[in-house]
Design a protein around this ligand. Structure first.
Ligand code: GUN
Ligand code: ZN
Length: 441
């Protein structure tokens, strides 16, 4: 019997991963209840998961069952790299990384000095994540601490858990967007004290990338990590060839781009490096050895023309690098982790390898939770985890419905249709802590 009083009950086709699939057809990597019931405790955590028949007797009187019928119920999606102040940068035409930052991003991010603008966009941002079935995200704020205050406040009010930080940048950006090594340290520290461990919120120390931080600022970022064990670190690494050349010019003593961060103690198991496209063998070895995570952002890498993530090279047996999957909005072009997985599939096709549906959905849920060191909290439907859920409709569009006519009960094929054709339209509902936080019209 659940230890907490049951306050919500959700019925549907429950699907959750217990480990990464070995390949296509490895259905042993998941638990699946064709007619399942998930019970939520008063604390917002999963109290029990099983078949409808087995658990129906445990639904207390007065608790109505949310019956999703033939729809799939999965752990909510996890986005491991997204930019809060880029909701009005997404879909900006015609440039690659360094020009894109100057022409669009650094203009838009200046607006986040205004707390009212930040608050309004925090509401939009959370709405959009939840509409897409994303229940946890790792987020870059603007340089202004008030942007991160607005974001955390909105997330906490809704019951969502974010990992977020203010970007630190003390050079090569407009004056209105730069901090200093000292103020970046001080503002980040104050945010950690205010928000890290507050409700579901966690902090990520966020030096934007090596071009916009001096050595003194990277040193300060390293100090913040040492002084606050348990906080995450996020930055960008080896995304674009012009960027790499500029980093080499700015840090001539470093062996390579990864070494720039390594010198300041920024590698480790709570460190997330966005992109990691053009890494050398030595850099991958160092990321592997330190337990760092390489974050694959396929819609961004294609849209900004940065290159093709080399999953095979990164996962090579001798020194595998931990990986995660993410949207990178607004360099990325969709908030949907399903769309993101579809583009990941295409990038890997160009690399002459496949991405099975099971691997894609594992990545978006349990895999990303493991990459964040949070698999005990999120990413699977197991007692004790937060009841953050996404409900997927495999008949959401005419094209999906028509294609489903040929599926004939093959679960893996249905999941591949979700991954290739699904998006916000296939997200029928989203739950945070067992409470409905989005219901498709
Ligand atoms: N490198 C430094 N800043 C950014 C950013 O905002 N987006 C992307 N894609 N790469 C970056
Ligand atoms: Zn990014």
């Amino acid at each position: 019997m659940p230890s907490q009083p049951v306050t919500a009950a959700i019925r549907g086709r429950l699907l959750s991963f217990t480990r990464a699939p070995a390949g296509p057809g490895d259905l042993d990597c998941l638990t699946y209840h064709e007619d399942g019931l998930l019970l939520v405790g008063a604390d917002g955590r999963i109290a029990a998961v099983g078949s409808w028949e087995e658990l129906r007797g445990q639904v207390p009187e007065g608790v109505t069952v949310d019956d999703h019928g033939g729809r799939l119920v999965l752990p909510g999606f996890i986005d491991t790299h997204i930019h809060f102040p880029q909701t009005q940068v997404i879909g900006s035409y015609g440039t690659q990384l360094l020009d894109w930052l100057e022409k669009y991003t650094f203009i838009e991010e200046q607006k986040y000095a205004d707390p009212a603008h930040a608050a309004a966009n925090a509401a939009f941002f959370l709405d959009e994540l939840l509409r897409n079935g994303t229940t946890t995200a790792v987020v870059y704020g603007s340089v202004h601490p008030q942007s991160v205050d607005a974001l955390f406040a909105e997330a906490e009010a809704r019951g969502a858990g974010l990992i977020a930080g203010k970007v630190m940048m003390d050079r090569h950006a407009p004056a209105a967007l730069t901090d200093t090594a000292e103020s970046g340290y001080r503002d980040s520290k104050a945010l950690i004290e205010r928000w890290h461990g507050q409700g579901r919120q966690r902090y990520a120390v966020t030096p934007r990338f090596a071009i916009t931080s001096t050595a003194a600022q990277l040193e300060a970022a390293g100090a913040l990590l040492r002084e606050h064990p348990g906080v995450h670190m996020q930055t960008h690494l080896s995304e674009n060839t012009d960027e790499i050349a500029e980093v080499r010019r700015l840090f001539p003593a470093a062996r390579d781009y990864t070494d720039v961060y390594d010198r300041f103690g920024l590698l480790g198991p709570t460190s997330l490096f966005g992109h990691c496209i053009h890494l050398s063998e030595a850099e991958m070895a160092r990321l592997s050895e330190s337990g760092s995570v390489a974050v694959f952002c396929p819609t961004s890498n294609l849209f900004i023309g940065s290159g093709l993530f080399d999953l095979d090279a990164l996962s090579a047996g001798r020194r595998p690098v931990r990986t995660a999957l993410a949207t990178d909005v607004g360099g990325g072009t969709s908030y949907s982790m399903l769309r993101t997985a579809a583009e990941a599939y295409k990038v890997l096709q160009l690399r002459r390898r496949n991405l099975p549906a099971l691997a894609a959905l594992h990545w978006m849920t349990r895999g990303n939770a493991e990459a964040l060191g949070m698999a005990g909290e999120i990413g699977s439907l197991e007692p004790g985890r937060w009841a953050d859920l996404v409900v997927l409709d495999s008949h959401a569009t005419p094209a999906m419905n028509h294609r489903m006519e040929t599926v004939d009960g093959d679960l893996e094929e249905e999941l591949f249709i979700q991954v290739t054709l699904g998006d916000d339209r296939s997200v029928a509902a989203t739950y945070l802590r067992g409470r409905s936080s989005h219901l498709r019209q």
